[in-house]
Design a protein around this ligand. Structure first.
Ligand SMILES: Nc1nc2c(ncn2[C@@H]2O[C@H](COP(=O)(O)OP(=O)(O)OP(=O)(O)O)[C@@H](O)[C@H]2O)c(=O)[nH]1
Ligand SMILES: [Zn+2]
Length: 448
């Protein structure tokens, strides 16, 4: 499936490019694209406005019959009478440039039903379009390398042209950018709805992991890899990013009692969805389907060897030629060897998108104060009941947290882990200074 629909080639640690570059299906797909038929109706998915990005503004005047409405969500080459661009709609939004037909066979792998919404576009991004953006097209970043970036748009995958001063480190897989339709020169990046990022040991800036991810699959296995403290680190990062977490327990086929792991994982955060599965079985895609619908973006994180690549292959329904490389794990400690090393966006069978995020072996917490509050809500909600406002919940009289531990309503081990993460976060989050050298409280800092 990825051979036809995938948008990136991912390099494995052995240096081989593992996806569709090898797939002969690409070229045939490219040819059929240029002569592709129009879809049955030109009716946009939202009824309120005819902008391709789904403007939520109310329609002005009485609606015209559907067949008379111009189509804005198809490349200009695919229709006989394209409306002039740029155009202003009654709601005030600006129609961006029409999309020219792709010129290279390698850059036209897409399905006939591709719209901006199927690529993950929503009103959140549409609302950021202004008059200055007329003449540009939206594209979603699929790969980020030091000196080049790949994207996917209505015409399929393409390579972006980068302005001289652009630093690719400021972009993440999943980002939306506006670019020139002919040259694909990046004009600007749209604000992110969610952003997964982390700070590596000693680093000044956060490293971007993935943007605009709806659901983060935090993958661990029903074996010695299962570690609540590590899962809590991923959960803090996920909460801070504004992304919905789901714990995915792989290798359920190798244990007698997967439900035991499920119960323990579910206790780590309120309303946390936890599923267990055999990542190698096609059933895994069905279990994860609720989060992988059309236009939805998921990302996979977890330690090496837990089965991320296996899941990716199952979700994308790869064949053997195009599959992401999977590695054997060392039987001594059930650790893998980080077979995959680059991040990329892949189309998945259910109509959604998955971002693989390999190489996250160690995970320090930094800049995640709000994420920790969500994760440990049962503890942070007790704090206002402590006698002292600056209670450290370690030895003070009248401490509500210590009282809850004593009467058994709070798990002492969880309180220890909470304290450790809060301390680590405070220590590893650099103190920001404002224009006059004032300290900025990281907990209050607005999310990017
Ligand atoms: N029995 C069983 N084996 C699995 C399952 N998921 C993965 N495996 C096996 O576990 C090994 C490691 O899987 P990978 O998919 O390479 O793990 P990964 O998380 O991508 O590892 P890195 O690329 O190193 O990060 C492979 O031999 C898989 O076949 C599962 O649910 N059940
Ligand atoms: Zn207290």
């Amino acid at each position: 499936m990825l051979a036809q629909r995938g948008v990136s080639a991912s390099r494995t640690s052995s240096g081989r490019v593992s996806h569709h570059r090898q797939a002969s299906g690409l070229r045939t797909q490219g040819k059929s694209c240029r002569s592709r038929r129009r879809t049955a109706t030109g009716t946009p998915t939202r009824t309120a406005c005819r902008a391709p990005w789904g403007c939520p503004a109310p329609r002005i005047g009485s609606p015209r019959p559907a067949r008379q409405r111009p189509r804005f969500d198809r490349p200009a080459g695919a229709r006989r009478s394209a409306p002039p661009h740029p155009r202003r709609l009654p709601c005030g939004h600006i129609i961006l440039a029409s999309v020219p037909p792709a010129r290279h066979a390698d850059s036209v792998t897409h399905t006939d039903d591709t719209t901006l919404e199927t690529l993950g576009w929503s009103a959140f991004f549409a609302d950021q379009i202004g008059t200055d953006d007329a003449g540009l097209i939206p594209l979603r970043i699929a790969t980020v390398h030091r000196a080049r970036m790949g994207a996917v748009g209505l015409n399929g995958p393409l390579r972006l042209s980068l302005p001289i001063k652009l630093n690719t480190a400021d972009y993440a897989v999943g980002d939306w950018v506006l670019a020139a339709p002919e040259t694909h020169l990046v004009a600007r990046r749209l604000d992110r709805r969610t952003l997964l990022q982390r700070r590596t040991e000693g680093a000044k800036f956060q490293q971007l992991i993935a943007a605009n991810v709806d659901t983060l699959f935090i993958v661990t296995s029903c074996n010695d890899d299962f570690n609540p403290a590590r899962l809590e680190r991923y959960l803090a990062l996920c909460n801070e990013a504004g992304t919905t977490p789901v714990i995915v327990l792989t290798k359920a086929d190798q244990t007698e009692d997967p439900a035991r792991f499920q119960r323990e994982a579910a206790s780590l955060q309120r309303d946390l969805p936890v599923v267990f599965l055999n990542g190698k079985s096609p059933e895994a895609a069905t279990i994860l389907a609720p989060w992988c619908g059309t236009g939805q973006t998921v990302a996979l994180v977890g330690s090496s060897g837990v089965g991320k690549s296996t899941l990716l292959n199952t979700l994308a329904a790869h064949d053997e030629d195009t599959a992401q490389a999977t590695g054997d794990i060392r039987s001594s400690d059930e650790k893998g060897r980080h077979t995959t090393t680059s991040r990329s966006l892949h189309r998945i069978a259910g109509g959604g998108w998955v971002i693989d995020t390999p190489g996250m072996r160690t995970l320090h917490v930094s800049d995640v104060a709000a994420g920790l509050d969500v994760l440990f809500a049962e503890i942070t909600e007790l704090a206002p009941q402590c006698r002292f406002r600056d209670c450290t919940h370690q030895h003070e009289p009248g401490c509500a947290v210590l009282a809850a531990v004593k009467d058994g309503t709070l798990d002492a081990a969880r309180v220890d882990r909470w304290r450790k993460l809060v301390d680590e976060n405070a220590q590893k989050t650099p103190v920001l200074t404002g224009p006059r050298g004032n300290k900025i409280d990281p907990a209050r800092k607005g999310r990017r």
